[in-house]
Design a protein around this ligand. Structure first.
Ligand code: DAH
Length: 339
């Protein structure tokens, strides 16, 4: 029996110390030390031994069990080490490979030009506010002196949600909203999306953008309007740019005007961009109509104000020399990356 135990010791130790895989080690453990293992099988036969032999064989069997357990543990540790080393070698990083650059976004030309506009007007003491695109007919038209029958509504046909709620055709309703909420002194600009049922072409789109301006205070005159808008254009297009004001009509201003600026391309000599006129129309403006002030509970005998509204597309197209408005909406990166 002792000999059988010694044989188990020798073969088992040899097998364990050369096992190449964790699974094989486990298999050997079951084979020798498991409940139905070889060592166990021998111990079960110990009943047939003499009283002197039994403790000696028992001690030997325990010694071998301990030895095999140690050997398995040791080999398992070795295997783990080997595995780790191999894994580290296989997964090593080549730090000299060029990295992957994440795509970097940029501002849309609208965002850029709007940033410039806001900077200019904030510098003159205006606040920038925003308002709803779904608007009451009352604010978009009626309180701006354009009752339901008014002919100038014809050029501002829009999308109606109900008879009295529509997609705003202009940012001018923000004049009403502001004056209903705050009392003078008021100085705001309001950029935002506006809607008209116009088919899209190089200079039209059913959705476009405007920027509105309003200043109401005691003693505001047409001179303030001219000075403010002239400075704005000079800051945006350069100090040599000139402006001129032509009489016009808007229902909510009196007097009303349109402002032109000298063509930034030819300096006023005449070129294809300005259609050989030397001037480019840039915005509508005027002194806030006394009735509009009254509609908002502001006394026109005490206060006066000026207002203006400009198309953001037009300003951006002029600023960046873009000849087709649709380019601004198509999100073509080849176009947008130029800004
Ligand atoms: N709302 C006008 C338009 O859409 C632009 C405009 C003209 C705004 C005169 C004004 C203004 O505030 O005083 O064409």
């Amino acid at each position: 029996m002792r000999q059988a135990l010694e044989e188990i010791r020798t073969t088992a130790v040899a097998q364990i110390s050369t096992a190449e895989e964790q699974a094989l080690l486990e298999q050997l453990r079951v084979q020798y030390l498991g409940k139905k293992g070889e060592l166990t099988a021998i111990l079960k036969k110990m009943g047939g031994l003499s009283a002197e032999e039994r403790p000696v064989v028992g001690a030997l069997a325990n010694e071998i069990r301990g030895q095999l357990e140690d050997a398995i543990q040791k080999r398992a540790d070795e295997l783990r080490e080997v595995l780790l080393t191999r894994q580290l070698a296989e997964e090593s990083l080549d730090v000299t490979l060029p990295g992957k650059r994440p795509a970097q976004g940029g501002l849309h030309p609208f965002g850029k030009v709007l940033g410039e506009l806001e900077e200019i007007f904030l510098g003159m003491g205006f606040d920038s506010v925003t308002g709803p695109e779904i608007e009451y007919d009352k604010y978009n038209f009626e309180m701006l002196n354009m009752p339901k029958s008014h002919p100038s509504r014809d050029t501002q046909d829009t999308f109606y949600i109900t008879e009295n709620i529509l997609l705003r055709t202009q940012t001018s309703p923000m004049q009403i909203r502001t004056m209903l909420q705050e009392k003078p002194p008021i100085r705001i600009i309001c950029p935002g999306r506006v809607y008209r049922s116009d088919p899209a072409d190089a200079t039209h789109s059913p959705i476009f953008h405007q920027i509105e301006g309003l200043a109401v205070d005691k003693g505001i005159t047409f001179t303030d309007l001219k000075g403010t808008l002239d400075l704005f254009i000079k800051q945006l297009y350069g100090p040599d740019t000139r402006t001129r004001f032509r009489p016009h009509h808007f229902a909510y201003t009196e007097p009303s005007a349109e402002m032109d600026m000298s063509c930034f391309k030819c300096g006023g000599k005449g070129c294809p961009l300005c259609k050989y006129e030397g001037w480019i129309e840039i915005l509508g403006c005027g002194m806030v109509h006394p009735k509009v002030l009254e509609n908002c509970d502001i006394d026109p005998e005490v206060y006066s104000g000026f207002a203006f509204g400009a198309g953001l597309e037009r300003i951006a197209m002029m600023r960046y020399d873009i000849d087709d408005m649709r380019l601004l909406y198509e999100n073509d990166l080849r176009f947008l990356r130029q800004f």
